[in-house]
Design a protein around this ligand. Structure first.
Ligand code: HSE
Length: 402
């Protein structure tokens, strides 16, 4: 019988316990042995909870218990999670986590430490909630040269964008509703400004490159400037607006970005709505493969943590290889990326739009009366686009085309 400890009895941690309880037989069958929850670490007590007796407040009780094989870190944040994980690995315990912030910053170091101590460090739940995308990249797609990963990586923003699109409500109104329903945090900055998606694409890009992609080097834009008028134009273009995280391999390294994009309706990513996530992976031999599912939520995320527990138990006594090196990945500048842009300027800037972007720009019209000029540029580099944009007296907004 294997013994596990869960660090943090919050949403994900209690979900892990629930999965271990509810699916005990399935978990045992898959792991090849039954799995017992020996400890839960939390600052709080949980009187009346079914697992009240397993709650401890001192991490050393867990670290010093040789019976504990696997630690599930579901606390979140950098500290004390980082110290707890490091100490657990050094004590010969495998660790799995949902903590994307920690994986994005210290993942390579923790994988290396796990290798040194012949244990494993897995983090399936850190990207795409319950979607088994990291394991697929690390296992089924290991023989592929992955050229590109593009994903809707944040459930909260996808919920907000979907509501704005389908119900014609403004960003602030939808955000407030999302907060009331508990879909968005009281401080929604990490989600709406793209920081959460940035951590996730940093992890995916690191796995794709086998090196360390520092999330701070990734150009990141959120969705707070997207308006319902933008959705009217998107409909006229037969497109949808999605916050995408993207990593592409090129001859000089890798290019990564997080930003809202106009996605053509025929692209499957355009049809991913609500809190769902989707990640498209392009392999050089395989072509496109897309992973779709619940990117957030207690049970879905917990299921991914338990999948890691099982993987670890199936490989007891071995280190599970993870393609995550400490060497810094070479990221190419955003300036050279070439794409089309949708732009809105006041009506009075129309002539300048033609002057700057040429006579071939595609004019976009929406139904309601308005005094602005909207158009889609031809292919242009990010740098040239930015320079041209500065030449307008006023710009109402712009969105990249996917
Ligand atoms: N806030 C995140 C989201 C939770 O909305 O996707 C999962 O990482």
């Amino acid at each position: 019988m294997a013994k596990v400890a869960v660090l943090g009895y919050g949403t994900v941690g209690s979900g892990v316990v629930e999965v271990l309880d509810t699916n005990a037989q399935e978990v045992a069958k898959s792991a090849g042995e039954s799995v017992e929850l020996k400890y839960i670490l939390d600052l709080r007590d949980f009187p009346g909870d079914k697992h009240e007796a397993q709650v401890v407040h001192d991490i050393n009780v867990i670290l010093d218990d040789p019976e504990v094989d696997v630690i599930c870190e579901t606390m979140g944040g950098l500290e004390p999670a980082f110290t707890f994980e490091k100490n657990a690995i050094m004590k010969g315990k495998s660790v799995c986590t949902s903590n994307k912030e920690l994986v994005a910053v210290h993942g390579p170091e923790l994988v290396e430490l796990a290798k040194k101590h012949n244990v494993s460090y897995l983090f399936e739940a850190s990207v795409g909630g319950g979607i088994p995308v990291l394991r697929s990249i690390n296992d089924s797609l290991k023989h592929e040269k992955i050229d590109a990963i593009t994903g809707i990586l944040n459930g909260t923003t996808n919920y907000i964008l979907t509501k704005m699109d389908k119900e014609g409500m403004g960003f602030e109104t939808v955000l407030k509703k999302a907060q009331e329903k508990g879909y968005a945090e009281r401080n929604p900055e990490a989600d709406v400004e793209g920081y959460d998606a940035c951590r996730k694409i940093a992890i995916l890009s690191s796995l794709m490159s086998g090196k360390h992609v520092n999330y701070e080097d990734i150009y990141t834009e959120g969705i707070s400037k997207i308006s319902i008028e933008d959705f009217e134009y998107a409909r006229a273009l037969n497109m949808s607006i999605k916050l995408l995280g993207m990593c592409k391999r090129n001859e000089n390294g890798f290019f990564t970005i997080v930003a809202p994009f106009l996605v053509p309706q025929e692209n499957p990513l355009a049809a991913v709505n609500g809190v769902f996530n989707a990640i498209n992976v392009h392999g050089n031999m395989l072509g496109d493969v897309m992973f779709y599912g619940k990117g957030a939520g207690k049970n879905a995320t917990a299921s991914a943590v338990v999948a890691d527990v099982i993987d670890i138990l199936k490989h007891k006594g071995k280190h599970i290889e993870v393609n995550l090196g400490s060497e810094k990945a070479e990221l190419t500048s955003k300036d050279n990326a070439v794409r089309r842009f949708f732009v809105r300027v006041p009506e009075g800037e129309k002539d300048k739009a033609y002057e700057l972007f040429g006579q071939d720009i595609d004019v976009v019209k929406r139904n309601s009366v308005h005094s602005e000029f909207a158009f889609v540029t031809d292919l242009v580099s990010e740098k040239d686009f930015e320079e041209k944009l500065w030449k307008f007296d006023s710009v109402k907004g712009y969105i990249r085309l996917y």
